[in-house]
Every structure is written in C-alpha cells, then in structure tokens.
Write a protein that binds this ligand. Structure first.
Ligand SMILES: Nc1ncnc2c1ncn2[C@@H]1O[C@H](COP(=O)(O)OP(=O)(O)OP(=O)(O)O)[C@@H](O)[C@H]1O
Ligand SMILES: [Mg+2]
Length: 238
C-alpha cells in the first residue's frame, strides 16, 4: 500500500470513528439511564444519534463516489444545462426551504457536452454549499451564459461567510473543512468539493472560486458545448 492510500485510510477511519463513538455513547446512556432521564434529554440524545447516523451515511456515500470517480467512464451526451440546474434546485429547495435561490439563465444556450448525472452531482454540491455557508435570508444566484472563451459559463454566487484567498486554494482537497462558526455547526466531511473538481475535470471542464471573508463566494464552471461550431454562431447572434 502506498503513502496516499495509507493516509486516506487513516483519515477515513478517524472520520468514521467520531460519529460511531458518539452514537454508541448516547445509545448506552439512553439504555443505562432511561428511567432517570427526562423527556427532553431523551429527545436530545435521540436527535444526536439521528444526526450522527446521517453524517455516517453521507460519508460512506461520498467515499464510494470518490472510489468510483476514475473507474466510472462518463456518459457524455447533449445536456441542456438550464433544465438540469432547475431539477437540482427543486431538490435542494426541499432541504433548504427558507433560502431564496434565483436563476439567471441565458435561454439561447446550445446544449453542453456533459454526463447529466455527474453534472447534477456537481451542481448539487455547489448549491448545497452556497445554502449551508450563508444565512437563509441571503439570496443565492445561479446563472448560465457564454464565457469569454466561447464555452458555457455557470456561476453559483452566495452572500455567505466567504473565505480568505489562502483558504480558497485548499478547499478542493480531500477532507478540508475551514474553521468558522458555520462549519462547526453544520454537517460535512470536506469531500464535496474534492468530488466536484474531479467530476468537472473528468467531463473536460474547469472550476474556480473567488471569495473574501464575510463577503460571499462565487464559484465558476466552464464546459465545452456539444457542437462548438454551432454554438459559436449562436453566441454571435445572441
Ligand atoms: N460557498 C461557500 N462559502 C463559504 N465556505 C465554503 C463554501 N463552499 C465550501 N466552503 C468551505 O470549504 C469547505 C469544503 O467544502 P466541501 O463541500 O468539500 O465540504 P463540506 O461541505 O464541509 O462537506 P461535504 O463533504 O458534505 O460536502 C467547507 O467545509 C467550507 O469550509
Ligand atoms: Mg459541501
């Protein structure tokens, strides 16, 4: 086994142990002190068990995705990005019902050259982060347009907690979570953006971020069109 695999296994073991220890601890307390605990404490402990189980499920799903990234060949076809993004937003709204997510689509965009499932996973990770790391009363904007290099440009802009330039260089690495009040009070394993960057590059795209502390973040994606020549004509007309 090489050093990278060793490091991965030791980080994963640590990430698994933390929620498991907490689930075991709170279940034992409930079982051993059931009669002594009041209703409120019991509810609180069961809630922690539920949260930690969700964290484990999320972690296992993300680790499976990481292990499959290079094994799974992308299913590249014509994808209408506006329609695909709309579907993702409908799903995210069920989880973050009070966040205002607005779309600013160029309706004349020709189809992109993408794997639709992987693209939806990318958009889910970015919009989920935008909601998670901003207050519910702050708007999140998702836009599509022609980029300056005649590709599709997709941007997810939030008005959340933001980050320093130095931190913005680290966030695409595995298991990175920045230290701030929102990362300590929300769930996550720091794998979302690592998966996102890998999927984007697998589909021939690029991802970048601009952000500053307390001033929100702007994530940009660029992907090629399915038919680059036709798209060029469209961009000149629109
Ligand atoms: N829109 C954003 N605004 C501010 N910070 C962000 C934003 N997106 C990501 N971050 C920071 O980058 C870190 C890494 O993001 P990433 O999506 O990889 O992990 P996560 O959201 O913590 O967990 P998960 O694996 O569930 O996605 C986050 O923990 C957070 O500190
Ligand atoms: Mg995330």
């Amino acid at each position: 086994m090489n050093d990278i695999q060793n490091e991965f296994i030791s980080t994963v073991s640590h990430e698994l142990r933390t929620p498991l220890t907490s689930i075991r601890g709170f279940s034992q307390t409930l079982l051993n002190s059931w009669e002594k605990l009041d209703e409120e404490s019991k509810k609180k402990f069961v809630k922690i068990i539920e949260e930690q189980s969700n964290r484990l499920i999320n972690l296992v799903e993300n680790i499976l995705t990481v292990s499959k990234i290079n094994a799974d060949k992308p299913l590249i076809r014509e994808v209408n990005v506006n329609t695909a993004i709309d579907k993702v937003i409908q799903m995210i709204k069920q989880k973050y019902s009070s966040h205002k997510i607005t779309t600013h689509f160029n309706k004349h965009l020709p189809p992109a050259k993408l794997d639709e499932d992987k693209f939806q996973q990318v958009m889910t990770n970015l919009i989920d982060n935008a909601c998670k790391y901003s207050k519910p009363d702050k708007e999140i904007k998702v836009s599509t347009s022609f980029s300056s290099s005649e590709k599709i440009l997709i941007q997810v802009v939030d008005q959340g907690i933001g980050m320093s330039e130095e931190d913005s260089k680290k966030i695409f690495d595995k298991f990175i979570r920045l230290e701030n009040h929102l990362t300590s009070t929300t769930q996550g394993n720091g794998l979302g953006l690592y998966i996102t960057k890998n999927l984007v590059e697998l589909m021939g795209g690029e991802i970048s971020v601009k952000s500053s502390p307390n001033a929100g973040s702007e994530f940009s994606l660029e992907f090629p069109f399915f038919n680059q020549e036709e798209a060029l004509k469209c961009s000149q007309q629109s």
